[in-house]
Design a protein around this ligand. Structure first.
Ligand SMILES: *Cc1c(COP(=O)(O)O)cnc(C)c1O
Length: 379
């Protein structure tokens, strides 16, 4: 069976160039980067180069990049690490209702430790209200965390404006840029953020590797304690092959952002138009004006999203509901619920997330499959 992958917001394939860059470090160059001998120093040099590439990719400097085990750990380090460092009992953190679980559950953890968290709501398109964000910041607030682009609907937040507000109020600002990286241009200075999370596997790098940008002027958050690795900000013997792959993936992603967004936008728009033209009672979720070019979230009224995704999978088409499925029936997407969508809309959605290697032919096959399936499922 032919397989069509439209789930690039869950993960992306490892680019062949990235694999090639990693291979020596899975083989002959196996030293511990902390060792003084040749084996160790070769590994150290590779990490240094990867750090330069990641720093270039996001416009920071190398001493501001901490390698982590992925986006989840980077988010945990930003929130829990900063709360540990500068929080007092009763300190408050501001975030939004549509963040990834890595941020939301770090906040829940902090709430259990006596911190307070304010969840700023979003509008029907998934965007935060900057005035509500500004109004939520008082003297108890130490940190705000707002994602750059949402993983379920692709909505892009006004991060530059939010970071500016945070700065004017004297609080730290973190953004989860895991979905945005490689899809829209990233520049930490231009955005004005203090902390930013990345994940390698969302931009054609390996799984289990990511980074936290920590602006040099701010306190240094620590989550994993131990040896003196990563300038004491993240202990543990470095995952050299993954870090090398991540560096290569950032270099590649940086060089083809425009191409990526142009190609995925044209395919995504073809898919979107095809669905709207061919099917009735469908609704596109998210913000058309401020949206990742590769992401399309659609609700198919009266159809269970999980059921639709499973049926598409039987036809070789990989998509996601964008929401965790706890049982056979689909749980409503918390992101769509937070956007004010009805339960019907929030349980009937499918997320199509395209990649640079998808083709027009694949999109047309998906449209035919959807049209056929919907006829059956709606009767
Ligand atoms: C995937 C994702 C994460 C988690 O990254 P991992 O490297 O898989 O731990 C965090 N935030 C967002 C927005 C994501 O899409």
């Amino acid at each position: 069976m032919r397989h069509i992958y439209l789930d690039n917001n869950a993960t992306t394939h490892l680019h062949p160039e990235v694999l090639e860059a990693m291979l020596p470090y899975l083989g002959e160059i196996y030293g511990n980067a902390s060792s003084i001998h040749w084996f160790g120093q070769e590994a150290r040099r590779a990490i240094d180069l990867a750090r330069e590439r990641v720093a270039d990719f996001l416009g920071g400097s190398t001493d501001e990049i901490v390698f982590t085990s992925g986006g989840t750990e980077a988010d945990n380090q930003a929130l829990i690490g900063i709360a540990d460092l500068i929080g007092k009992p009763g300190s408050r953190i501001i975030t939004t209702t549509v963040e990834h679980q890595a941020v939301l559950n770090s906040c829940r953890h902090l709430e259990s430790k006596g911190f307070r968290v304010t969840y700023v709501p979003v509008d029907g398109l998934g965007r935060i209200d900057l005035q509500a964000f500004a109004d939520s910041i008082d003297d108890d607030v130490i940190l705000a965390s707002v994602m750059l682009a949402n993983n379920e609907v692709g909505t892009i937040q006004p991060i530059r404006e939010a970071a500016q507000i945070a700065r004017s109020k004297g609080i730290l600002f973190h953004t989860d840029a895991v979905q945005a990286a490689g899809r829209i241009p990233l520049d930490v200075r231009e955005l004005g953020v203090d902390l930013l999370s990345l994940s390698a596997h969302k931009l054609h790098g390996p799984k289990g590797c990511g980074a936290l940008f920590v602006r040099s002027a701010i306190p240094r958050p620590v989550l994993v304690h131990g040896g003196h690795h990563e300038r004491r900000m993240r202990a543990g013997t470095e995952n050299v092959p993954a870090i090398v792959g991540f560096g290569q993936a950032c270099q590649l992603a940086g060089s083809r952002i425009e191409e990526h967004s142009r190609l995925t936008a044209s395919l995504r728009n073809r898919l979107e138009k095809g669905i709207l033209d061919r099917l009735s009672h469908v609704r596109v979720n998210g913000c058309r004006e401020h949206r990742l070019a590769n992401t399309l979230n659609v609700s198919f009224e009266g159809v269970d999203g999980q059921m639709l995704a499973m049926n598409l999978d039987l036809m070789g088409i990989a998509v996601s509901t964008g929401s965790a499925c706890q049982s056979d029936a689909m749980e409503p997407s918390y992101v769509l619920s937070a956007m004010g969508c009805s339960e019907g809309v929030a349980t009937s959605c499918i997320r199509f997330s395209l990649g640079i290697d998808n083709t027009v032919e694949e999109v047309d096959l998906v449209l035919d499959a959807l049209t056929n399936l919907m006829e059956g499922l709606r009767h």
